[in-house]
Design a protein around this ligand. Sequence first.
Ligand code: PAF
Length: 277
Amino acid sequence: MDIIHSAAALRERLRREPNNVFVPTMGNLHEGHIELIRLAKPRAACTVVSIFVNRLQFGPREDFDRYPRTLPVDAAHLEAVGVDVVFVPDEREIYPEPQTFVVEPSDLQHILEGAHRPGHFRGVATVVLKLFNLVQPHSAIFGKKDYQQYLVLRDMVKQFALPIEIIAGDTVRAADGLALSSRNGFLTAEERAEAPRLYRLLRNAHEQIINGAHDYQRIELEAMAELAHHGWHPDYVAVRRQSDLQPLHDGEREIVVVAAARLGSTRLIDNVEVLRS
Ligand code: PAF
C-alpha cells in the first residue's frame, strides 16, 4: 500500500493504474468506512482512499479543530483490508491558494442538513470535485448515512457529466442500532447509552409508514418531541422522497426518514429508507 501526500506523486502513481475506484474519507476510520472499501475493491484493479479533513465544509462554530486525526491507526486498517493507494494531502496541497471557484449545488443544499449547516454542501462538492480531478476514478463510493451528501454528489456528477459512477453503501450499525460515525467517539458513556434512541425512533416511523400511516407531520413531531423529552436537541425529523428529499406526494413509494439531533455537544444524523408497497 502506498501512502502519498502530494498531488504530483498521486498523479504519477495513478498513471500506472487508470482502472481505479475511489473512497473519499476524512479519516478516523470505522467499520462503516471499511464496508465502503469492501464494496469498492472488487470493482477495480486499484482501490484509492483519501484522508482529508476538509475545512471548507465545516461552519465557523463546527468541530473542524476537534475532528480526530488518527492516521497511523487508519493506515493499519487500510493496509489490512487491501487498499492500494492512500492519498493524505495536507491543506496546502488541496488549497494552495484561497479556493475562490466553488461548486454551487442545487437548492437541495439549502434544506435539512443544509439549512442547519449553511455552506456545508458547497464545501463537500468543491473538495470532492477536486479529489475526483486528481484521482480520476471510474467509480466512487459514499455511505448512505450521509444521505443528502450522497444525493448532492450524484447530482454533481450528472450535471457536470463526469464519467464517474456514484455507488451508495449501506449504513453500518453497532449492535444496539447506533449508526457508526467518527463523531460517536465524542459521546460520554451516558450519551452513548442514550444515542441508539435516534435509530429506534426512525424504525418506529418506518413501521408506521409501512402500516399505512400518511400523517407524516404527526410522525415527525412525535419523534422530535420524544427526542427532546430525553434531553436531545433535534434539528429535524423529516419524512421525504428518496430521490430529492422533497416532501411526499400521494402514491410516493420510495421514502426516506431523515433526522439530525444534538446529544450533549455531539450532533448525530441518521436515516432509514422505507419502500411502501
Ligand atoms: O463524508 C465525508 O467523509 C466527507 O464529507 C467527504 C465526502 C470525504 C468530503 O470531505
